[in-house]
Design a protein around this ligand. Structure first.
Ligand code: ZN
Length: 345
């Protein structure tokens, strides 16, 4: 597995003290990866260039961001003079992970700050400035002209990524997220627009959804749609804030649950994409859970044993079952999905 990282990601600071999107997140991951012997052979990206940023963001937004200086962009997203440059290194990290995973047909993991999936064509929001996953996907698609899929596991809906690819039938966007929750978008009824109809897939899960619900979502929706779409590569917007320990959400994945999803995604990448998969860090605000999940994913890709700290399965009764069936219903016009099993008479 290729690991992508840049030390300047630690220099990115939000507004006041106590902001959850803080440098300690990456420091916790580094400490745990070092202890496991995995903190080596890191790939260091350069900044993404204007032409690639402009594939997904509008020029007026980039001009405003560059000229902003310092202050609150919105209630929870702060801009400092160095923010645009570090955001370009984060997008560059996503590009490097995607390019090396593509070239070498192996998994890659990019440990990025700031995250990206809330950034829309027109604005920063939700701790995000440039949409790292979208920029990387748009660049790869422009070069290779092959279908790509982005699976977003963050507890928050990837509204920016959805906006960017809403009319695309070449870049499939699948999001699991708590709903209703920040940023308020992503009900099952949002299925894409125009040529992209059916190529936006939202699993809008109620609070309490955890391992059981996610496994069912993979069985009922995510795996069947990916097998029919047949992407040439998988990009994963990896937020660990769907973890039971996370302070910013109420989904209840365990670390073992995350690793099970990683196993399934790696297997799908092997089956459909020649092993090409790139994990791009988004949110995740409990330091122990974040480090546990990331280290487990690296161990998994390297085929080394790993015992997660938070390994007790959650949500055995699938509290999100009805939400998953809503997605099945709204996606049924576009994909062959099995009807819900009927309860016995
Ligand atoms: Zn999040």
């Amino acid at each position: 597995m290729h690991l992508v990282y840049h030390p300047r990601y630690l220099d990115h600071l939000q507004g006041g003290a106590g902001h959850p999107e803080r440098p300690e997140r990456l420091a916790a991951i580094e400490a745990r990866l070092r202890a496991a012997g995995f903190w080596r052979d890191l790939l260091e990206p350069g900044p993404v260039d204007d032409a690639d940023v402009l594939r997904v963001h509008r020029p007026a937004y980039l001009r405003r961001l560059a000229a902003f200086g310092e202050g609150d962009w919105d209630a929870d997203t702060y801009v400092r003079p160095e923010t645009p440059a570090i955001a370009r290194l984060a997008a560059g990290g996503a590009l490097l992970a995607v390019d090396t995973a593509w070239r070498d047909a192996v998994p890659a993991l990019a440990l990025l700050r700031p995250p990206g999936h809330h950034a829309t064509p027109d604005t920063a929001m939700g701790f995000c400035y440039l949409n790292n996953a979208a920029i990387a996907a748009a660049c790869l698609f422009a070069r290779e002209r092959r279908p790509l899929a982005i699976v977003d596991l963050d507890v928050h809906h990837g509204n920016g990524t959805q906006d960017i690819f809403i009319t695309s039938r070449d870049i499939l966007f699948i999001s699991t997220h708590q709903y209703p929750h920040y940023p308020g978008t992503g009900p099952a009824t949002e299925t894409g627009a125009g040529d992209g109809a059916g190529h936006t897939v939202n699993l809008a899960l109620p609070a309490g959804s955890g391992d059981g619900t996610f496994h069912l979502a993979f069985d009922r929706v995510i795996e069947p749609i990916l097998r029919q779409f047949r992407p040439a590569m998988l990009l994963v917007s990896l937020g660990t804030d769907a973890h039971a320990r996370d302070p910013l959400g109420d989904l209840t994945l365990s670390s073992a649950g995350y690793l099970h999803l990683g196993r399934r995604l790696n297997a799908l990448a092997a089956e459909l994409c020649g092993g090409r998969i790139a994990y791009l860090l988004e949110g995740g605000y409990d330091l122990e859970a974040l480090a546990d999940v990331i280290t487990g994913l690296v161990a998994l890709a390297r085929g080394e044993p790993f015992q997660p700290d938070f390994s007790i399965p959650t949500d055995p009764h699938c509290v999100g079952r009805r939400a998953i069936e809503a997605t099945v219903q709204y996606q049924a016009p576009f994909w062959q999905l099995d009807p819900a099993p009927q309860p016995p008479e």
